[in-house]
Design a protein around this ligand. Structure first.
Ligand SMILES: NC(=O)C1=CN([C@@H]2O[C@H](COP(=O)(O)OP(=O)(O)OC[C@H]3O[C@@H](n4cnc5c(N)ncnc54)[C@H](OP(=O)(O)O)[C@@H]3O)[C@@H](O)[C@H]2O)C=CC1
Ligand SMILES: N[C@@H](CC=O)C(=O)O
Length: 428
């Protein structure tokens, strides 16, 4: 019998995702052999704390010196699931320069240094794949690069953060306030000990930078993405959303409009009839519009041990297949355009403004007049008396440039009849 060829991989990180990748490599061992014709072997694992007990893991594989992996000539694939910018970036670059292909789930790194990583991979004729970096287990990078390559993509809009989607779902379905829902997300292990990157929209912003670069063939980095989180959303906002037959979702927006790329993350009201409105709990979804395919939506688990490992392992198997056919480096950077990223102030959105106002004749006219001065056209008004002489006013607007709306809000605050602007939420 001829001996089966072995491809050796180095795993950087053995946390949530790394453990999933390790277990999946074991569980799928025979299947991977059948699918690729080679045997995948995890040859070494980089961890921070080498003393920590790791259930079911051969301790002889562990190292805290990354050069044991990048300097090992037998290793041809590096799987980076340690996270953060450094030392991950240095290690990946060293690995590529040593002729190793790299698979990563690291959105923080790809959203900032994607161009350099791609360039280094191309210079060294190796693969650089990162399917897990956007929406975890959902296939979206490869479909954009391959299955949808015949399209001009105009929209890639998604719920790409599971923690915030879980929080907003609890607020909507169980009438919770933000803090209570966040506490529950933390208890269930959805939110991390420090949930800042999730609730402030930064995690989604990184994914949108990667998504926009991939969909529009032009480099968008994290700094280009305008981000707002969900910390100001209240149970009262959610009640109004219900009245308007809508839900509130943290949406990552990547669009091409007016020859420019719009890249932003904000909580938005979205009609209950839209497919994205049905995405509950910690699930993710990405809604794509292409000129040929029309609308397509990708739905699934955006995080977690096995869903994320599923995407990582798909990349690893692709790398192995490329090696087998001698075509490593085939799926490289597709950013062949330099489309400008729109100033966030120039993006047009519809808005809902909730404010507390004096309840007397002429107030609505004064507010409408102020909005008109700033080119803001009203589409809807709901007024509720909250106590004697005071009313709550919810105004829906037509599409208006963000900077016109910001100016209008500034001037509205100066009106004597406006006590407080409690929330400003965009509408998708
Ligand atoms: N968790 C998820 O659901 C998802 C995560 N991702 C991405 O996957 C990556 C990994 O995430 P996750 O598994 O959750 O992270 P964890 O924090 O659970 O695990 C990180 C692992 O990397 C090791 N590590 C971290 N820094 C170093 C270092 N400087 N030197 C050596 N080892 C180090 C840690 O070692 P030790 O065990 O000793 O502490 C740990 O094993 C991140 O980029 C994340 O953004 C992407 C999609 C979903
Ligand atoms: N923190 C992220 C998980 C990884 O991408 C989320 O909540 O979606």
């Amino acid at each position: 019998m001829t001996e089966r060829k072995i491809i050796k991989a180095g795993l950087l990180g053995l946390g949530t995702v790394g453990t999933g990748v390790y277990k999946l490599a074991k569980r799928q061992k025979e299947e991977i052999e059948k699918k690729t014709g080679v045997s995948l072997q995890i040859e070494g694992i980089l961890v921070h704390n080498i003393e920590k007990k790791r259930e079911g893991v051969d301790p002889s594989l562990l190292t805290d010196n990354y050069r044991d992996l990048t300097g090992n000539e037998e290793i041809s694939v590096i799987i980076e699931v340690m996270g953060g910018i450094e030392p991950a970036k240095t290690i990946i670059l060293e690995a590529m320069r040593a002729g190793k292909s790299v698979v990563t789930a690291n959105k923080d790194l790809v959203a900032v240094h994607g161009a350099q990583l791609y360039e280094t991979a191309a210079e060294n004729g190796v693969d650089f794949l990162f399917e897990a970096a956007v929406a975890g287990g959902i296939p979206i990078i490869r479909p954009l690069k391959q299955c949808l390559a015949g399209n001009e993509i105009s929209d890639a809009v998604g719920i790409v953060n599971g923690t915030t989607n879980y929080i907003l779902t609890r607020m909507f379905e169980d009438n919770m306030e933000f803090q209570e829902a966040l506490d529950q997300a933390t208890e269930l292990g959805y939110a991390e000990a420090d949930p800042t990157a999730d609730i402030q929209g930064l995690d989604a912003g990184r994914k949108i930078a990667i998504l926009a670069s991939t969909a529009f063939h032009s480099r968008v980095v994290f700094d280009d993405v305008y981000t707002e989180g969900i910390t100001k959303i209240t149970a009262r906002d959610i009640r109004y959303a219900k009245e308007f037959d809508s839900v509130i979702k943290l949406l990552g927006i990547a669009r091409q409009r007016d020859g420019q790329i719009e890249a932003a993350v904000y909580p938005m009201l979205i009609s209950k009839d839209h497919p994205l409105a049905t995405v509950r709990d910690s699930f993710n979804a990405v809604f794509v519009h292409g000129d040929a395919v029309d609308d397509v939506m990708f739905y699934g688990r955006g995080a977690g041990e096995f869903p994320t490992a599923s995407a990582v392992m798909g990349d690893v198997i692709d790398v192995i297949r490329n090696m087998q056919y001698g075509c490593t480096g085939r799926i490289g950077c597709t950013c062949y355009r330099t489309t400008p990223v729109k100033n966030p102030g120039d993006i047009k959105n519809k808005f809902f403004i909730r404010m507390q106002v004096v309840n007397k004749p002429g107030v609505l006219a004064a507010i409408a007049g102020e909005l008109a001065t700033h080119k803001v056209s009203i589409s809807k008004v709901v007024q509720k008396v909250i106590k004697s002489g005071m009313a709550e006013l919810v105004i829906g607007t037509e599409e208006v440039k963000e900077y016109h709306m910001a100016d209008a809000l500034n001037d509205l605050k100066k009106l004597d009849v406006v006590h407080e602007i409690s929330s400003v939420i965009r509408e998708y």
